[in-house]
Design a protein around this ligand. Structure first.
Ligand code: SF4
Length: 407
């Protein structure tokens, strides 16, 4: 993708910016969870670092497996989030792929801001650093397993967001300006719409981008949400994808089958899995993971309530019923031939294969499903041989299935 060069520049500038702020004290630095209330931080002038992005880098570079043991030795179980254990191990051993971006390590925070809309682990993760650096940790304790998002849910989160403001103002040394918050929410909304448009290009046949490309191109939607730079990037990427669709250029030379991926990426095996699917002429055209940075509810005219609603509507925060309806809709939208559930050992929050969902989905839609065991970062939980055999067998099974209608 031509946009990749710009992506690299943008991510480098992001890391350099937050590192400079931490070293030279040019701006306050906050750590924020990946679907946390970043718009408040942008409005208050923080440079923002997202440790889950660092966790993914540790996984993709496979440094994770060299450093996690250090966190396990400290009492963090090998069964809990391997982003958490990779990141803390990386900090303690001073070993990080951020060094390739010119940073000596993750930038030190002045404040740590979480939302447990995705999991409780993020709070425990941030509390480690709060103790380490003696800095405030604040956040939103959110609802989980939500059926319908109701007004009382939204009101409760708004009150918690309001309660964050005094601490965030005190650390930043400035008052929250309503116009700046509206602007940040507006930019997040635009970023979300543009990223959503890029991902919807995958509904075309052939798909111009796969899940594996998406996990790289989603960087700005995670770490630069609420900035103009992220919006400009997705305008560029969206235009390139539209042009590929117009010209009939697919991500693979030939696309025989189309797959939906549910669950976390296996970061240390992205390249291998992309090559395997390419060899099988099977395009992974959409995923729950990449879609998780689309926030339809954000509304600059109603900043805090819309931020609250967006955080509650997240797939990961929902009960099985809404999740199933969501997946059924994506199967239709992307004309997929099969669904792969990645049961990620250390992230039950992002694994949807443990309460019968694949079986119910297959029954409701007639779509073949496959569950593969693995992990986001801990490669001891992933067998190359078993994953390859299962995926090859699954694609063989698709060969015998009746073809789906073209999107
Ligand atoms: S959602 Fe999963 S991968 Fe992400 S921080 Fe929580 S436990 Fe870790």
């Amino acid at each position: 993708m031509n946009a990749s060069a710009r992506l690299k520049e943008l991510m480098n500038a992001h890391f350099a910016g937050v590192d400079r702020a931490a070293r030279e004290r040019t701006a306050p630095v906050a750590w924020c969870t990946s679907v946390g209330p970043v718009e408040l931080l942008r409005a208050l002038g923080y440079e923002v670092f997202f440790p889950e992005n660092h966790g993914a880098m540790l996984g993709a570079s496979r440094v994770a497996n060299e450093v996690m043991g250090r966190a396990h030795a400290l009492g963090y179980s090998p069964e809990i989030c391997s982003y958490l254990t990779s990141d803390i191990g990386s900090y303690l051993l001073k070993k990080t792929p951020l060094q390739r971006h010119g940073l000596s390590g993750a930038p030190r925070a002045d404040v740590l801001v979480y939302s447990t809309n995705q999991c409780r682990e993020v709070r425990d993760w941030f509390e480690f650093y709060a103790r380490e650096w003696n800095v405030p940790v604040v956040g939103v304790t959110s609802f989980r397993d939500i059926g319908e998002v109701e007004t009382h849910h939204v009101d409760a989160i708004v009150r918690q967001l309001e309660a964050l403001v005094p601490t965030l103002e005190s650390v930043a040394g400035r008052r929250l300006d309503a116009a700046r918050l509206e602007e940040a929410v507006g930019l997040s909304r635009t970023c979300s719409e543009l990223w959503g448009s890029c991902l919807r290009a995958g509904a075309s046949r052939p798909a111009p981008m796969t899940f594996f490309d998406g996990t790289i191109h989603m960087g700005p939607a995670v770490v630069l949400r609420g900035t103009r730079e992220a919006c400009d990037y997705y305008r560029l990427l969206d235009a390139e994808l539209r042009e590929r669709v117009r010209a009939g250029v697919g991500a693979l030379p030939r696309e025989r089958f189309r797959i939906y991926w549910d669950g976390m990426p296996v970061w240390g095996r992205l390249r291998d899995l992309a090559a395997l699917f390419a060899r099988l002429e099977t395009s992974v055209v959409a995923s729950t993971y990449c879609n998780s940075w689309i926030f339809d509810a954000l509304d600059p005219a109603d900043p805090l309530p819309s931020m609250a609603r967006a955080s509650l509507e997240l797939f990961i925060a929902r009960a099985e019923g809404p999740k199933e309806r969501y997946l059924e809709a994506r199967i239709e939208e992307f004309s997929v031939d099969g669904v792969i559930f990645h049961d990620s050992r250390t992230c039950p929050n992002n694994s949807n294969a443990r309460f019968g969902m694949p079986q119910r989905l297959r029954k409701a839609t007639g779509t073949p499903v496959l569950v593969i065991d693995g992990d986001l970062n801990d490669l001891r939980c992933y067998s190359d041989e078993q994953a390859r055999t299962n995926i090859e067998g699954f694609v063989e099974q698709l060969e015998g299935a009746p073809p789906r209608a073209t999107a």
